[in-house]
Design a protein around this ligand. Structure first.
Ligand code: ADP
Length: 367
């Protein structure tokens, strides 16, 4: 049962009394020309003295004469209270009118303020949208402008390493190898910036087809094997054979798995382990994949934020891990475009598990 209906709201009663007393003290309450409630109250109260006098005359068997009225008034002095009723009504109604007017004024002021704030908000919103558009244009322009010279640099590095222009001594080769590594890293960052500008411009597209995820995972693992070896990390592909095909854009899912594996290696320690597995127990239309690591982990309060653009748990100038905080944002968007999702579980100093789900083809073929 709803108990609130039975209880008496004394607080609101006290509020009414306070408002009434305040209104009694205001001039507007008694102003017949500015406060129609007061005028209406007086009109409403006028019949009362006539009716009470009439009843008194009638019950005393007297005629309506001024002498009889004076006589009754002298023997019943409380009649004066009835005679004053038009004034009482005028004051009570007038107070109600004042309360109403005060409230109306407050509402109007509030509405005016609201409209003003709304206009300000619209203006700020417009400016923000314009800034966002400028930022997207800037991102796209800078990424394009960086990519063109970088492609030339990478081309010349490859050409020199191939020794077609002359043989190199070991020192020169090492210098070129380091330059090539840095150029690849830079290229990767530019690709991420370009992807982000495409996402923001609504130009990021996926081409969904039947995909063998095992093949994609193997590709990702192969591309990161050297990095894992360098960091002393064991990289495992624990995906079982015979997994159903998934509906995916192979290139984009390769990008997601590569990013997750790269993070799992990057935020790990020497002697750690990284593996990719799948939950085959789910017999429905989706299949869940998991990339596990035994790395540094993430605190609970940061778990949601790591999917925000440019967010890095350690964003200080002294941070020891590279990257620009876009990999997970892009991965999340890619999975959304696959009607899937990505989420994470993590324990600090023990490791993280990044899950993502994709539609399997079996169910889709049936539907
Ligand atoms: P980036 O790796 O370029 O910084 P990401 O978007 O891929 O950007 O990741 C965002 C942040 O999430 C990382 O900077 C890191 O702080 C955290 N993070 C991602 N993966 C892991 C992981 N496996 N273990 C610990 N922290 C991680």
């Amino acid at each position: 049962m709803d108990n609130s209906r039975l209880s008496i709201d004394f607080a609101s009663f006290a509020q009414v009394v306070r408002e009434f007393i305040r209104a009694i003290g205001q001039r507007r309450t008694y102003n017949l020309f500015k406060n129609w409630y007061c005028f209406f109250g007086i009109l409403w109260g006028i019949p009362i003295p006539f009716v009470t006098l009439g009843i008194d005359l009638f019950s005393s068997g007297l005629n309506v004469t001024l002498t009889n009225i004076k006589h009754l008034a002298s023997i019943h002095p409380f009649q004066i209270i009835f005679l004053l009723h038009p004034l009482f009504f005028g004051v009570v109604f007038g107070a109600m009118g004042t309360i109403r007017q005060t409230k109306q004024q407050k509402i109007e002021e509030f509405e005016k303020n609201l409209i003003k704030k709304n206009l300000e908000l619209e203006l700020v919103n417009k400016k923000l949208k314009e800034l966002d558009r400028l930022k997207s244009n800037f991102l796209s322009m800078v990424s394009h402008e960086l990519r063109t010279p970088l492609t030339t640099i990478q081309g010349y590095i490859s050409f020199l390493i191939s020794e077609k222009s002359g043989s190199l001594n070991p020192g020169q080769k090492e210098c070129l190898r380091l330059s090539e590594e840095s150029a690849i890293h830079l290229n990767h960052l530019i690709e991420e910036l370009l992807d982000l500008s495409k996402i923001e411009a609504g130009e990021f597209k996926v081409n969904l087809r039947p995909v063998d995820i095992l093949e994609v995972a193997e590709k990702a693992k192969a591309s990161l094997q050297i990095l894992a070896n360098e960091q002393g990390i064991t990289l495992e592909n624990s995906l079982p054979k015979g997994l159903p095909l998934v509906l995916a854009d192979a290139e984009r899912i390769l990008q997601v798995i590569t990013n997750l594996l790269e993070n799992a290696i990057k935020f790990n320690r020497a002697g750690g382990k990284v593996s990719i597995a799948a939950d085959t127990s789910t017999q429905n239309e989706k299949i869940v994949f998991c990339i596990l690591d035994t790395g540094i982990g993430i605190t609970q309060d940061k778990l949601d934020r790591i999917f925000d653009k440019f967010y890095q748990v350690d964003s200080s100038g002294k941070r020891k891990y590279g990257g620009c905080g876009l990999g997970l944002t892009i991965s999340k968007r890619i999975l959304e475009m696959h009607h899937g999702r990505i989420w994470v579980e993590s324990t600090v100093a023990k490791g993280s598990k990044f899950y993502f789900e994709l539609l399997t083809l079996n169910k889709n073929a049936n539907s």
